[in-house]
Design a protein around this ligand. Structure first.
Ligand code: CAA
Length: 260
């Protein structure tokens, strides 16, 4: 499917989504949210893709938020529908059974930071700036920010960041536990692709099930979570990849995984 607002690249097991609206610093309008969901579905269905990377085209912005021009005239029902549209794309990335890495190459504000927070892992360039300016616009984060920030950084930090609308550096976000790694400018994609390479050498079924287990850990009591983990663990033993991985270890060779 051709995309107007993003660029989709396939590269050695990686599916790279680049949000591409240069005139609006890659802001997410409704059409871009629809395309993001469609691209994520494409990558989920493509057996050659084992890791997804989300980034912004250009060197200034990852995504500078939801599109303020498009939101300005909305009424309450349209606002709710827009929020739900963003949730659909971001929750799909969060739940798809392949790891998703955000490569935050510049401004990740409002809906842009919310997009990054829906990804499994965030690497950010040193120059990147993140935050939730929504309250300065008379609204609140509507693409998952009130929910995911508190889960990742704790309620007090989420409230401070969201109530103040403060834009912070990548390093401050790292110190709050909202970013996995801060990378020198110019080396971001190299670092992200290095991480992707490590994931690509692992068994995709185990990685996908581990993602599902870790995601459940925040919404399940510990006993239910451990039961879920035991079932996922058991499921691996019915896969070709488990036999290959363990046989390769015993034969002192590298495994070749098929994702089956
Ligand atoms: N929506 C629409 N257009 C945007 C935009 C956005 N979120 N962010 C930037 N743009 C546009 C600007 O209007 C400008 O367009 P023109 O050239 O036509 O005037 C262009 O992108 C370049 O932006 P600036 O001239 O402002 O660039 P700058 O370098 O001076 O500032 C910035 C960069 C600090 C990121 C600034 O653009 C900015 O503050 N953007 C808005 C950030 C924001 O408030 N994001 C939250 C949006 S609300 C939200 O996301 C709701 C939600 O949770 C779902």
């Amino acid at each position: 499917m051709p995309y107007d607002n993003l660029i989709l690249e396939l590269k050695g097991g990686m599916g790279i989504i680049r949000i591409n609206r240069p005139k609006a610093l890659n802001a997410l309008n409704a059409a871009t949210c629809d395309e993001l969901l469609a691209a994520a579905r494409d990558l989920a269905d493509n057996p050659d893709v084992r890791v997804v990377i989300v980034t912004g085209q250009g060197d200034k912005a990852f995504v500078a938020g939801a599109d303020i021009q498009e939101m300005q005239p909305m009424n309450p029902m349209q606002g709710m529908a827009f929020s739900n549209k963003g949730h659909m794309a971001m929750s799909f990335l969060e739940r798809m059974n392949k790891p998703v890495i955000a490569a935050v190459n510049g401004y990740a504000l409002g809906g842009g930071f919310e997009l990054a927070l829906a990804c499994d892992i965030i690497y950010a360039a040193e120059k990147a700036k993140v935050g939730f300016p929504e309250v300065t616009l008379g609204i609140l984060p509507g693409f998952g920010g009130t929910q995911r920030t508190a889960r990742l950084a704790g309620i007090a930090r989420a409230k401070e960041l969201i109530f103040s609308g403060k834009v912070i550096s990548a390093r401050e976000a790292y110190e709050m536990g909202l970013v996995n790694k801060v990378v020198p400018d110019g080396q971001l994609m190299e670092a992200v692709e290095g991480l992707a390479a490590a994931i690509l050498s692992a068994g995709p079924v185990g990685v996908g099930l581990a993602k599902a287990c870790i995601n459940r850990s925040v919404s399940m009591d510990i006993d239910s979570g451990l039961d879920f983990e035991a079932e996922a663990f058991g499921l691996c033993f019915g896969t070709v990849d488990q036999k290959e991985g363990m046989t390769a270890f015993l034969e002192k060779r590298k495994p070749t995984y098929r994702g089956q």
